[in-house]
Write a protein that binds this ligand. Structure first.
Ligand code: UDP
Ligand code: MG
Length: 160
């Protein structure tokens, strides 16, 4: 099955910088359908659950602190190969080495050295599911069935 739903989070650094519109535009422009969108101030428990795979790593507590520092925009997006396509649009984890044209490459610049100096997380504004299993787990962590809209007709239907 190549038609997939993936989970995207515009993290509080992206929201605080006023980049919601600029970032969402990238996903829509690529032809992805937004199925659910919600501004969420997440709890510590939800942040820790979301990033459970990173529990115990040096950056875990600053990552959880970032996620609970203000609202995030949660998005469910659908399209052919949506999981890989959104990871491509987001770019590499480290903005310093993320390619120009990607969200992390165009709207941020921090590298691991600087984030270590600041003893913080690397501010890269967006999260996206990295596999079908992660997408299912994360979508159910952030959304209820009632959050989803019915599929709409799209002029870009041939691309999804
Ligand atoms: N992160 C960090 N330092 C690191 C690795 C990751 O601060 O050395 C943060 C960063 O915000 C990243 C998140 O932890 O987006 C999750 O890391 P992951 O390796 O899953 O990267 P992603 O899937 O977001 O590209
Ligand atoms: Mg990840």
């Amino acid at each position: 099955m190549t038609l997939e739903k993936t989970f995207i989070l515009i993290k509080p650094d992206g929201v605080k910088r006023g980049l919601i519109g600029s970032i969402i535009q990238r996903y829509e422009r690529a032809g992805l359908r937004l199925c659910a969108v919600k501004l969420v101030s997440c709890t510590r428990e939800q942040a820790e659950e979301h990033y459970a795979e990173h529990r115990g790593k040096s950056f875990f507590s600053s990552l959880v602190a970032l996620l609970t520092s203000g609202p995030s925009l949660a998005i469910a997006a659908e399209g052919a190969h949506a999981i890989a396509v959104v990871r491509k649009l987001n770019g590499d984890t480290e903005p310093q080495s993320a390619a120009p044209g990607t969200i992390r490459g165009d709207f941020a610049h921090m590298g691991y050295t600087r984030s270590a100096e600041l003893k913080g997380t690397i501010n890269n504004m967006v999260h996206a599911s990295d596999s079908a299993e992660s997408a299912l787990r994360e979508l159910s962590l952030w959304f209820d069935d009632s959050d989803y809209t019915d599929p709409y007709e799209t002029v870009l239907k041939e691309f999804i």
